[in-house]
Design a protein around this ligand. Sequence first.
Ligand SMILES: NC(=O)c1ccc[n+]([C@@H]2O[C@H](COP(=O)([O-])OP(=O)(O)OC[C@H]3O[C@@H](n4cnc5c(N)ncnc54)[C@H](OP(=O)(O)O)[C@@H]3O)[C@@H](O)[C@H]2O)c1
Length: 253
Amino acid sequence: MKLTIFGATGGTGASLVGQALAAGHQVTAVVRDPARLAVPAALAAPGGLAAPGGLAAPGGLAAPGGLAAPGGLDIPGALTVPARGQFLVVTADVMQPAAITAAVASADAVLSALGPHGTGRTTVLRDSARAIIEAMHEAGASRLLTISGSIVADEGEGPFMRYLLKPAARRTFLRHVCADLRGAEDEVRASQLDWTIIRPPRLTGGAAAGTYRTAIDSNLPRGLTISRADLAACMLALLDDADTIGRHVAIAR
Ligand SMILES: NC(=O)c1ccc[n+]([C@@H]2O[C@H](COP(=O)([O-])OP(=O)(O)OC[C@H]3O[C@@H](n4cnc5c(N)ncnc54)[C@H](OP(=O)(O)O)[C@@H]3O)[C@@H](O)[C@H]2O)c1
């Protein structure tokens, strides 16, 4: 499939890119700073990719300032890895719909792993969701998968989480992030796109366990953590799962 991934410089986003490429998808990663993009393991194959300060490819990097990718996508400022022809990096401001419309134009699915840095005041999630949705409507793209968080909802939780821990977190250190998550969810639900909202608990690093629990429109009891790698794997597994369109999918170990 042709996938456009936002937040590819982040933990989950990098895992998404790597797993998607390994699975044979064509990936367009939209980033604000390509220097922060880790070279996916899937690309560090024969011929190698070295990446001091950015991307390099066996055949050399196509010149910044605009190029046509193998699929014919022509985006000013885009870099590509021509030897593979399946990985395109687009430098753009995700908050500007006009700047990202071309990047989502031919996507079978758009995935966002964007998120705020820290727990302070933020509108990153809501603003980026609004911009991505506007760009998708403009481009005629329809499938959207976004990451939210289990903190926003109580359905499925036991009494300790529902009545003590989560309300306390929402009142204190997670209040700004939670408000932004809820705002983004509102945008996505109102988008009239074929959306799926994935709600993980606390994210951890490390390798994919390969097994995880999911639930539709309800959190998972004792679902305290999930690795970013398993979250990414779950998102890719949901790409063409019609049963999750218009639904919230909880995931946890
Ligand atoms: N951390 C947790 O325990 C937890 C729990 C539940 C849900 N979540 C959610 O899970 C998602 C993925 O989390 P993560 O920890 O993998 O993400 P992360 O590593 O923090 O990465 C965040 C991504 O968002 C991008 N970003 C942030 N602000 C931006 C802006 N103003 N403009 C453009 N891009 C911006 C970053 O780009 P740069 O590299 O350019 O900054 C990066 O690619 C997030 O939505 C997060 O809210 C996290």
